[in-house]
Design a binder for this molecule. Structure first.
Ligand code: 1GP
Length: 228
């Protein structure tokens, strides 16, 4: 099952806390993207996660949950991505929430379906940076060192360079990518058209497109063909 993520080049990330009409959802799910990731940094609940999952389930593509709080854990996804924030001093976001989740739900966790992600949060103005207390003031070498901690010390299968809301510094992303040995690099942040998609895809394994779905659907859809 975990091999599923290997060839993924493109993912649309949908936020359960944001409205998406049926036509838009259909266009996104039929776009040729490799997977839908359900996740968000605020306002995500059990109810709105179940609702979005069941709507995505009408289509054949993989549907994965990126777990950012305990309330949103819903059974029935193909995979569960588990962020561990590399660049925070707040252990709640490294192992704290995870420990609570295992203590509470350990007996029913489908371990084979879990994929931990080493998150490197690089946009100081993003909600996720604020919520996790991420120390975003990193140069390329500093960010790449976190990538190596995730990959080589912690053996995490995915490193996620997260610029949520703004298009990042591609030199930094490239440096992270070059420093990884086994982990796959996901990049997300500010991809809003084919050009930004191609630039990001050139320096990572998998691009993640979020806001563009809500802001400019037609351009968002074009990001798929730009990288596949
Ligand atoms: C957010 O990395 C994703 O977690 C995608 O970012 O919303 O800026 O596309 P955008």
């Amino acid at each position: 099952m975990k091999q599923m993520i290997k060839p993924w080049r493109h993912i649309f990330k949908l936020d359960p806390d944001r409205e998406l009409d049926d036509n838009t959802l259909e266009a996104v799910c039929m776009s040729g993207t490799d997977a839908i990731m359900v996740g968000g940094s605020s306002g995500v609940t059990y109810d709105n996660t179940v609702d979005l999952m069941s709507r995505v389930r009408r289509y054949e593509l993989p549907c994965v949950l990126e777990v950012s709080n305990l309330e949103m854990i819903v059974p029935g996804f193909d995979l569960y991505m588990i962020p561990m924030v590399m660049n925070t001093a707040d252990t709640m976001w490294i192992t704290g929430q995870h420990q609570r989740a295992v203590e509470e739900y350990g007996y029913m966790i489908p371990w084979d379906l879990l994929i931990p992600e080493g998150y490197i949060i690089l946009n100081p103005d993003s909600t996720v940076a604020r919520v996790t207390g991420a120390q975003t003031d990193l140069d390329a070498a500093g960010a790449a060192a976190y990538g190596q901690v995730a990959d080589k010390l912690m053996s995490l299968p995915v490193v996620y360079a997260e610029y949520s809301g703004c298009f990042g510094d591609m030199d930094t992303v490239k440096k992270i990518h070059q420093s990884l040995h086994s982990a796959k690099l996901f990049y997300g942040g500010g991809i809003h058209d084919p050009e930004t998609a191609a630039k990001a895809a050139a320096v990572c394994d998998t691009i993640v497109v979020g806001n563009a779905v809500y802001d400019n659907l037609q351009q968002a859809l074009l990001t798929v063909k730009a990288v596949k």
